[in-house]
Design a protein around this ligand. Structure first.
Ligand code: UD1
Length: 304
């Protein structure tokens, strides 16, 4: 099969590309290299530097493709609060462009990277797909709009757009070098720089951190399953959540407590019953093992 990955030079996209290549598929990647890196790319993929906001430029890359993984986005909660215009453009309009190109080429399925941030503030845990969304940030809202477009386009056009709500994905190739890097990448960098690990709030907030290999597996199942309809949504996360304090202990070193971050839900926890029963998916890597693998990867490539 031939698959197109938007955002394929990024953390999740490049890990997915590697696995698809290993499984013998052809892979085409488009990425504008804002957060993606060329060095993440596996060998033997077709790579094109292109922005999903430029619909005419990306259109030709959809030709002859069997399925699309749409991962290109500005996936940063704090940045979306600072710049709701730019992030809405990329995360909403860019998504419409990708969906439209796939529809025009008659592609059967898109797997769309959605987010647990759609849930926002909820009174009840674990988080279930049919709960009323309550995003706390423009990023969460942008992903919710993406899901609704996915549902509508699946109903209107001959395409199936499946949405995976990722919960804090981590693992080798995670971003670590910007202020917006996800907490595990940021902690590894701070430790290697001999700086204290910055904990926002009291550190008791917890996340259903999910290891990259499990997320890649979910993507492939969502692309290949014959049991799903367009517009469907699946939680892809851990049932058990872990606190930022616990993560800091696993990484090791000094910590520094800072004021809480706005737009930050206190806890997440994924109910994955639907992914288990429909996709046959459940997370295989426990948190301690996954953090160790990520730590070893970081230290090998960038030092302790
Ligand atoms: C969010 C989304 C997730 C999305 C991801 C993309 C939620 C629940 N999750 O993750 O779906 O895919 O953004 O960017 O909205 N923290 C510290 N110190 C730091 C950095 C972070 O204490 O230096 C804390 C944060 O306050 C937060 C936790 O670590 O409580 C995780 O933060 P982060 O890694 O940035 O991801 P989320 O914002 O949870």
């Amino acid at each position: 099969m031939k698959y197109l990955i938007t955002g394929g030079a990024g953390f999740i996209g490049s890990n997915l590309a590697e696995k698809l290549k290993k499984d013998g598929h052809d892979v085409v990647i488009i990425d504008n290299l804002t957060t993606g890196r060329k060095k993440n790319l596996p060998l033997d993929v077709e790579f094109y530097e292109a922005d999903i906001l430029d619909i005419e430029k990306i259109r030709p890359f959809f030709s002859g493709v069997d399925g699309v993984f749409h991962l290109a986005a500005i996936p940063r909660v704090p940045l979306s609060i600072q710049d709701p215009v730019k992030t809405s453009n990329v995360n909403i309009m860019g998504t419409v462009n990708v969906f439209k190109c796939a529809i025009d080429e008659g592609i059967k399925r898109i797997v769309f990277a959605s987010s647990s941030s759609i849930y926002g503030g909820q009174k009840v845990l674990p988080l279930q797909e049919d709960m009323l969304p309550n995003p706390l940030s423009p990023y969460g809202l942008q992903k919710l709009v993406g899901e609704q477009i996915a549902k509508m386009f699946s109903d209107l056009y001959k395409i199936q757009i499946v949405c995976l709500r990722y919960f804090n994905v981590y693992g080798p190739k995670i971003d670590f070098d910007s202020d917006y890097s996800l907490v595990i990448g940021k902690f590894l960098r701070l430790k290697s720089q001999g700086k204290p690990l910055t904990i926002f709030g009291d550190g008791n907030q917890s996340r259903a951190f999910c290891f990259i290999e499990d997320v890649v597996d979910a993507n492939i199942r969502a692309m290949q399953s014959d049991k799903i309809k367009g517009g469907e949504v699946f939680n892809i996360g851990q049932k058990k959540s872990h606190s930022v304090n616990f993560l800091a202990k696993l990484i090791g070193g000094e910590v520094q407590y800072l004021p809480p971050r706005i737009g930050d839900p206190m806890h997440t926890q994924a109910d994955t019953t639907k992914a288990e029963s429909v996709l046959g998916w459940s997370p295989k890597t426990d948190f301690e093992t996954g953090v160790n693998i990520t730590k070893n990867w970081f230290e090998k490539n960038y030092g302790k």
